[in-house]
Design a protein around this ligand. Structure first.
Ligand SMILES: C[S@@+](CC[C@H](N)C(=O)[O-])C[C@H]1O[C@@H](n2cnc3c(N)ncnc32)[C@H](O)[C@@H]1O
Length: 230
């Protein structure tokens, strides 16, 4: 499969600017570094991200659902590895993902292409579109009347006070990227969301801005703050 996203990954690998060795294949991408050793396999076809996407009892799904009105389109302003977006697309939502980091964008775009080539995943992949952009620029470039039913933000969490090391996925994200202007994106999102803005937060962290959420859905270590716009 010689697709645009795979070629982008190969160019990033050749440029030598990434701290990881990058290997793309027909299922996804492997990122590897020898010292300190870390290896991460990213795929929407198989493995933990794909398995989690099939689980229906998730607070993320409850937070993005409205019992009275249909929510069909979601704009994910912090795509990261695309794991949350895959949960939503797998449950029928049309998801636009925005990611500013070139490597993460290429990894996710390649994962969507691999999923599209899988007969069991093609319909889900067709509901996902990944944009390489800063979210604020993306929101500001939209036509004035353009709206999404739900807009989702998952800012990087600050390091845990206990010093506990986060999972491999999150360790890599912390090494590769950072939050950039997401409070301003949140304010713009409130103007562009037809039904709600959903923000993932650590369970005990304050809200993203001074505005308090209308509804909160909790899991053990995280919560989803919901801001109704309709
Ligand atoms: C915690 S991660 C999101 C993880 C994601 N929800 C997942 O399921 O994999 C946050 C991501 O937001 C991205 N990000 C932060 N600020 C951004 C901005 N202004 N525009 C676009 N992406 C941004 C970071 O590069 C990072 O990949």
């Amino acid at each position: 499969m010689n697709t645009p996203a795979r070629r982008a990954l190969e160019r990033l690998a050749e440029a030598g600017t990434c701290p990881f060795a990058i290997d793309a294949d027909a299922e996804g991408t492997r990122l590897r570094r020898d010292a300190p050793r870390i290896e991460f396999r990213h795929s929407f076809v198989a493995g933990p991200i794909a398995r989690r996407a099939r689980q229906s009892n998730q607070a993320l799904l409850r937070a993005c659902r409205d019992r009275k009105r249909t929510i069909a389109s979601v704009l994910d302003l912090t795509a990261g590895w695309g794991a949350d977006a895959l949960v939503l697309a797998n449950h029928g939502y049309r998801v636009d993902l925005v990611e500013r980091d070139a490597l993460l964008h290429a990894v996710v775009a390649h994962a969507i292409e691999c999923l599209g080539a899988d007969p069991d995943g093609a319909a889900c992949a067709a509901r996902m579109r990944c944009h390489h952009a800063d979210s604020r620029d993306f929101l500001e470039s939209l036509a004035p009347a353009r709206r999404f039913d739900c807009i989702y933000l998952d800012p990087m969490f600050p390091p845990h006070k206990s010093g506990a090391r986060p999972g491999k996925e999150m360790q890599l994200l912390q090494q590769l990227t950072a939050n950039a202007g997401l409070e301003a994106c949140f304010e713009l999102a409130l103007q562009r969301a037809r039904n709600r803005v959903v923000v993932k937060r650590p369970a005990k962290a304050p809200a993203l801005t001074a505005r308090e959420p209308d509804i909160v859905y909790r899991e053990k270590t995280i919560r989803f703050d919901v801001y109704l716009t309709a």
